[in-house]
Design a protein around this ligand. Structure first.
Ligand SMILES: [Zn+2]
Length: 404
């Protein structure tokens, strides 16, 4: 009697400690108590029979379960039954894994976050283990954030308390309009409407960017999320035209130029150049090995070594345009291969006439090298019919929020 009471007490204590560790990591420094009470908000009381855990570093699933005191035979049974849904050998460091026990302290359920949308649940039903994948439940509220740019969008966004993933998503949505490494001016500003999410009454990673306005050099640009009837999300401008046009503005994704370099523009006057009479290209400085992406759909018309350019790829997009990407450390496409917009075609290097790792990026229009930053792209076709009607309704809702 006394022994089982002690056992329950230990489990409760372990759950509270585990929850404390988990909640601190989840919410960084803000939340330190296991029970969060907001004014008239939800209250999450941790279940004393559940251990709230995170996969630690360098642990296999089996080792982790043994560490938690689970019988290896039970671990094996869970692994087997889960396999058609998810291979638990692939558990990732830092992901949440909960273990739930019954009154007799027998394990009755395991839940594991496959990503931030889906969860694997392995549970005992009438003595048999069963498994399913289910959506993680979040409480979603729309939230508005804004900031003014001093040096980079990345810094301004983080200063405004935006999650890194959100900054990247917003920047990518503007990927055909603004090159955040080259076009950003001091005094530019942004406003972003996004899904703030809570899980078990604790702040979680935010969801999607719903709409945003970016004012670049006095000019306002907008993006609005719209989900088509097949459930596919994409961003559109205020007239219902796809935000991503024929070409992306930069051959290096924002997520790579942002991380690690947050102070200055990505080009440097002497070493890396903008478009000039002597240099009919844009040079993007980026770390060795950074992925280089095709700015638009097309077919590889050259992939190999060329004097000066080093390892170089040229993509023909249509009868008018082609683009060239020089100094690669590695080429990842073959001559004649079809490539899609945003597809990785090689890695940043310093081959050929180059003094440091960068991408030498050229745009050729009707045989003439043009400045890709100045090239005005034809707008994509707008949504039409019923799609445009539902898009406009959604856009108006978002616009009201953005105008606040
Ligand atoms: Zn160059």
């Amino acid at each position: 009697m006394k022994k089982s009471y002690l056992g329950v007490l230990l489990i409760v204590a372990a759950a509270v400690v585990a929850y404390l560790i988990w909640s601190q990591k989840e919410a960084r420094s803000e939340q330190e108590v296991p029970v969060v009470v907001e004014e008239s908000g939800p209250v999450f009381v941790p279940d004393p029979k559940t251990k709230y855990l995170k996969i630690p570093e360098q642990a296999t699933f089996g080792e982790f379960m043994t560490e938690q005191g689970v019988d290896p035979a039970v671990t094996a049974a869970i692994y087997e039954v889960a396999l058609t849904n998810y291979d638990l050998a692939l558990v990732r460091v830092g992901r949440r894994l909960d273990l739930q026990y019954d009154d007799a302290q027998d394990l009755i359920k395991l839940s594991y976050d496959i990503d931030d949308q889906k969860q694997l649940a392995v549970y005992k039903e009438e003595g048999l283990w069963k498994a399913k994948v289910q959506a993680i439940e979040y409480k979603i509220t729309n939230k508005l954030s804004q900031g003014t740019i001093d040096s980079s969008l990345y810094e301004a966004a983080l200063a405004a308390g935006l999650d890194e993933g959100l900054v990247i998503e917003m920047a990518e949505a503007f990927g055909s309009t603004i090159d955040f490494s080259m076009d950003v001016k001091s005094g530019d500003s942004f406003k972003v409407l996004y899904e703030a999410r809570e899980r078990d009454a604790m702040p979680a990673k935010p969801g999607r960017v719903l709409a945003a306005r970016y004012i670049n050099d006095g000019q306002s640009y907008f993006i609005y999320l719209w989900t088509d009837d097949k459930g596919k999300d994409a961003y559109y401008d205020e007239q219902g035209r796809a935000a991503l046009k024929r070409f992306l503005r930069a051959p290096v994704a924002f997520r790579y130029i942002s991380s690690g370099y947050t102070n200055n523009p990505r080009y440097v006057g002497g070493q890396y150049q903008r478009f000039t009479a002597n240099h009919l290209a844009i040079d993007y400085a980026a770390a060795q090995g950074t992925p280089i992406r095709a700015v638009g759909d097309g077919r590889v018309s050259f992939a190999g070594w060329k004097n000066g350019y080093g390892n170089v790829v040229t993509i023909r997009h249509d009868s008018t345009y082609s683009t060239t990407y020089g100094h690669m450390s590695k080429i990842l496409v073959k001559n004649g291969q079809a490539v899609g917009q945003n597809q990785t075609i090689g890695l940043v290097g310093s081959t050929g006439f180059s003094t440091g790792p960068h991408v030498h990026f050229e745009m050729i229009k009707n045989g003439v090298k043009v400045n890709p930053l100045k090239e005005i792209q034809p707008p994509s076709a707008p949504l039409s019919g019923e799609d445009l009607v539902t898009f406009n309704k959604q856009r108006e809702v978002y616009q009201t929020e953005l105008d606040k």
